[in-house]
Design a protein. Structure first.
Length: 265
């Protein structure tokens, strides 16, 4: 049974009016451009919120007017409330901005509408990006973008490994380091703009505890070339937020090739 709602809250070092403006006008700067943070990561170039009731929350692609509407705004009170009805599932989301001493509490409540069945409760995994951005926004910078090369590592306890790598090796994340008791399905650490992806080690992965990720401009052409020249295709092209395929090289090393976004250098 689908749960009826999900709630998340953060405190930010900005007054409610500023926090609201940052949330809405700077969404493309605080939104982390990871492979699973878009509905179509291969084509996404930006995130955008159109102001006012009736405005849209958009995942923007490379062509003019080529967008995915994520929701339509139903309540717009700068410094107080932003609410929208989702266009991609059966939820309504209300974001409130409550003034505190020295800042604002931003609370998101995402609820399944009556009679609804489909819900993508992503806000608890995303809202913490806002205070992270506010802490560093005084330094002019473009949206963070991953390099073309990443590495995937498989662990019995990926969350525990992330905490260890963070505390012992000092590795950080554009997202967050999982707390005790958290078991996210996707953990992404970063060294500069390079990604280190941590996954669950399963029996079928024994002996293959790491893999290389390469983002290419034309995934279909790359797949055709790999297939024609003798690569062992482990999984053909498929999409789950990002398009990718997996192949083994001549000595059995695992490679993942993914479609690069237009914004990747």
């Amino acid at each position: 049974m689908t749960k009826p709602s999900a709630t998340a809250a953060v405190e930010v070092a900005a007054d409610p009016a500023t926090a609201f403006r940052i949330f809405t006008e700077e969404i493309d700067l605080w939104w982390v451009r990871g492979p699973i943070n878009f509905f179509d990561s291969a084509r996404a170039t930006a995130m955008r919120i159109e102001p006012g009731v009736g405005g849209r929350i958009l995942e923007v692609y490379s062509l003019p007017d080529d967008v995915l509407e994520l929701g339509t705004i139903t309540d717009w009170e700068p410094g107080a409330v932003l609410a929208y009805r989702s266009s991609v599932d059966d939820t309504e989301t209300r974001i409130s901005f409550e003034g505190l001493d020295g800042g604002t509490r931003v609370t998101v409540v995402q609820s399944l509408v009556q009679g609804g069945e489909k819900a993508f409760y992503f806000w608890p995994n995303i809202l913490h990006w806002v205070p992270q951005w506010i802490e560093r926004r005084d330094v002019p910078q473009a949206p963070r973008e991953l390099d073309r090369l990443s590495i995937g590592l498989y662990y019995e306890d990926p969350a525990g490994a992330a905490r260890w790598l963070h505390s012992v090796f000092g590795l950080g994340s554009w997202d967050k380091i999982p707390a005790e008791g958290e078991e996210p399905s996707w953990i992404e650490l970063h060294v500069g703009s390079a990604g280190i992806l941590l996954f669950k080690l399963t029996e079928e992965r024994r002996g293959l505890d790491h893999e290389v990720w390469v983002y290419v401009d034309d995934l279909d052409a790359h797949f055709a070339r790999s297939t024609a020249n003798g690569a062992k295709i482990v999984s053909e092209i498929h999409q789950h937020g990002y398009r990718r395929y997996q192949a083994d090289d001549l000595e059995g090393h695992r490679w993942v090739f993914a479609q690069a976004r237009p914004t990747m250098a």
